[in-house]
Write a protein that binds this ligand. Structure first.
Ligand SMILES: Nc1ncnc2c1ncn2[C@@H]1O[C@H](COP(=O)(O)OP(=O)(O)O)[C@@H](O)[C@H]1O
Ligand SMILES: [Mg+2]
Length: 263
């Protein structure tokens, strides 16, 4: 049975797409079969794992969600990075522009609109070890689909003032959508873009996390490093872009932590 992990927060720019791509890639490198779903309206994950020009001619997540009879397998493509297919890594593509906004509007009037992803994913449940869902920072019907399908959540967060508002908001939202209590949620907070030398922010974040979320903070930290922007420019995961860099280890370690976090 696939573990379905939703990467979410109510804030943009904190590292959701970076985490989705790098985590999925490292899981695949560690022998897991991984499917990535791009629910982000900027299609950032799709830019890493597929050619966006080709994507407009191929199926995307909207084709799956809008049509009860659509075979989800037809929308699953092998991931392609730098022109090469990646073993064990697959994607259901998103689309940029206004495609995702339009999709959310189209879905508002159809039956089972919040459960459609879950129902479609049941058909491929035995084919993958992990399904990773990258999301946009808004609470629309697409997000509801991601929440209802997911069994686990990763909340990337910075350690700046107000950073934790995004997590508090998303937890409240998920509890509403899933009709459950915070204690019942399986989630991990992943500190991202953390500046090692900003001591005050670092201490504030650590303290907030250990008091508010004593059991749910990842051991791995994704430190702030310029090399992430360099890797993003060429749409490569860190460990493919520069395997020898220290930063290449961050998501390798986090992937091991996710694998070990068996419920
Ligand atoms: N650890 C990091 N250090 C430095 N920059 C990072 C790091 N992680 C992500 N970034 C950069 O931050 C920006 C936002 O990241 P992204 O993953 O797109 O966020 P989101 O999906 O939450 O909007 C991107 O330009 C990305 O390259
Ligand atoms: Mg994103």
């Amino acid at each position: 049975m696939a573990r379905i992990v939703c990467i979410a927060t109510n804030k943009g720019g904190v590292g959701k797409s970076t985490t989705s791509v790098n985590l999925a890639y490292e899981l695949s490198k560690q022998g897991k079969k991984v499917l990535v779903l791009d629910f982000d309206s900027q299609a950032d994950t799709t830019k890493y794992l597929a050619s966006l020009t080709a994507s407009n001619q191929s199926y995307f997540i909207g084709d799956v969600l809008l049509d009860r009879k659509f075979d989800i397998n037809d929308a699953i493509y092998p991931a392609v990075i730098a022109g090469n297919e990646v073993e064990n890594l697959f994607i259901i593509k998103g689309r940029s522009g206004d495609a995702m906004t339009k999709l959310a509007m189209d879905m508002n009037s159809i039956p089972k609109r919040e459960e459609r992803l879950k129902l479609h994913l049941q058909k491929v449940d035995d084919d993958f070890d992990f399904v990773i869902i990258d999301t946009a920072p808004n609470a629309n019907v697409l997000m509801m689909n991601a929440v209802i399908a997911a069994g686990e959540f990763v909340f990337p967060t910075e350690f700046k003032e107000h950073s934790f508002d995004g997590i508090e908001n998303i937890i409240t939202h998920i509890c509403e959508v899933a009709f459950s209590e915070e204690e019942e949620l399986d989630f991990m907070i992943l500190p991202t873009k953390i500046n090692r030398s900003a001591t005050r922010a670092l201490n504030y974040g650590k303290e907030y996390c250990s008091e508010r979320f004593p059991d749910n903070v990842a051991d791995s930290y994704i430190w702030l490093r310029e090399i992430f922007a360099d890797a993003e420019r060429v749409h490569k995961p860190l460990s493919m872009f520069k395997p020898s860099s220290e930063a290449a280890m961050y998501y390798k370690k986090f992937a091991r932590e996710v694998i070990e976090n068996v419920i």
